[in-house]
Ligand binder design. Structure first.
Ligand SMILES: O=P(O)(O)O[C@H]1O[C@H](CO)[C@@H](O)[C@H]1O
Ligand SMILES: [Mn+2]
Ligand SMILES: [Mn+2]
Length: 406
């Protein structure tokens, strides 16, 4: 029986979204702009990487062709140099929002057709009733920040005051999120998670997609640093995803990285959540080695987004792409006849773009595996076609949205 693996390279968009202007992102192109920057030497960093963007395996699956089909421009060094080894295309996001849950839910057949709630870019950003209730219910001395912010800047700015006062740092972004940063040791990790659970309840009436715990460590002297213990408290997808369908069909499911959190742990099978791209990719590869026939592994690699996209770090982002690409042969080595792997993304996060937020973009669709027919799967009018194709491959009837290319 066939098996399937989806790897979401979080935020690895390929530009060209027709509705990008609605999001202030017309022209944003994560992979294209990284490739251009690298070709011009702006991706060089001593001790990290240098030269043109070097992604030989994804290029052989058709990454450059997908970019060209999406934007009309072939990014430097991404044109295939030999015969194609995979199927390629690009996905158009139909969901309202350019955030992680919208992208992932759409991949699994549940595009977001409702409007998320957002907190305004004002100070304070959160409604007084919400923060008053949070302070009262969690017995807090108050909160800090209460504004749109970058998560690394906000702990630099408020970390010392947080440690001194015990007031958690609450911030948001253009996404439907309430994020709470607190020190793992002085505030306590479990206490932060408990606080986020209260915030989750309080955010429900505002239709907020996620409350995110952002623990950090360090001191004012050494600097503050976020840890791998981030945890997202999402709402449930509003309809059955392919995870639900597969679970009802009795198929084995393994979810890696943030996937469990993103689907609010519904039908997420065995959850594995190590920290970092490398460890998550290793976990996904290990899961494929052990996966029974008919099973599905769903992995998210978040560092592209968190460590490099939001930080507008072009060399870091390029190095992370190259590090992933180098390990593609390990994925191939874990496959059995009949396996299907799809590499895709959930939104963009162009590190050359203004601000620090996600960017509305098309996403790459690269499919490979022992029996995969090479060539184009074309422009897919919804990310949902990915989930539909996985169900078709696994021979499970698909009750939801999306059209399989198989
Ligand atoms: O700046 P940091 O804390 O990484 O926050 C980012 O992470 C959130 C979730 O992807 C986004 O909404 C953005 O605010
Ligand atoms: Mn994401
Ligand atoms: Mn993000």
């Amino acid at each position: 029986m066939p098996r399937a693996l989806i790897i979401v390279l979080d935020s690895v968009g390929i530009g060209g979204a027709e509705d990008a202007d609605i999001y202030g992102d017309a022209g944003a192109d994560t992979v294209g702009h990284i490739a251009e920057a690298c070709a011009e030497g702006r991706g060089d960093q001593v001790g990290l990487r240098q030269g043109p963007l070097n992604l030989p395996h994804m290029t052989a699956f058709g990454l450059g062709l997908a970019c060209e089909a999406s934007t009309g421009r072939m990014p430097p060094n991404l044109a295939p140099k030999g015969p194609l080894k995979g199927a390629w295309g690009y996905g158009v996001e139909t969901s309202n929002g350019k955030d992680t849950p919208s992208g992932h839910w759409e991949i699994t057949g549940v595009p977001v057709t409702f409007d998320w709630g957002y907190f305004p870019d004002t100070v304070p950003s959160f409604p007084k009733e919400l923060t008053d209730a949070l302070i009262a219910r969690a017995n807090l001395p108050g909160i800090l920040a209460n504004k749109h912010a970058s998560g690394t800047v906000v702990i630099d700015d408020y970390g010392a005051e947080h440690v001194r006062t015990g007031k958690p740092i609450c911030y948001t972004s253009v996404d439907s999120v309430l994020q709470i940063a607190a020190h793992e040791e002085t505030f306590g990790l479990q206490r932060l998670y408990d606080l986020c659970k209260i915030a989750r309840e309080l955010c429900d009436p505002y239709n907020i997609g996620r409350v995110i715990a952002r623990p950090f460590v360090g001191t004012a002297e050494t600097g503050f640093k976020r840890t791998g213990n981030r945890k997202d408290f999402a709402v449930f997808p509003p309809a059955d995803t392919i995870l639900d369908t597969l679970q009802k069909a009795g198929r084995a499911i393994v979810t890696v990285g943030k996937i469990g959190d993103i689907f609010a742990h519904r039908s997420t099978g065995k959850e594995v959540k190590p920290s970092g791209n490398d460890a998550c990719l290793s976990a996904a590869i290990d899961a494929m080695k052990d996966l029974p026939d008919g099973g599905f592994v769903f992995a998210n690699l978040v560092d592209f987004d968190t460590e490099f996209g939001h930080r507008r770090d072009i060399p870091g982002y390029a190095a992370a792409l190259e590090a992933f690409d180098r390990r593609v042969p390990e994925i191939e080595a874990a496959l059995k006849p009949g396996d299907l792997v799809i590499i895709t993304a959930d939104h963009g996060n162009d590190p050359s773009w203004r601000g620090t937020d996600h960017t509305r973009e098309h996403t790459p669709i690269l499919a490979f595996g022992p029996g995969v027919k090479t060539g184009s799967v074309g422009r897919r009018e919804s990310f949902a076609d990915i989930g539909a194709s996985v169900l078709a491959h696994l021979k499970v009837p698909h009750p939801g949205k999306g059209t399989s290319w198989l």
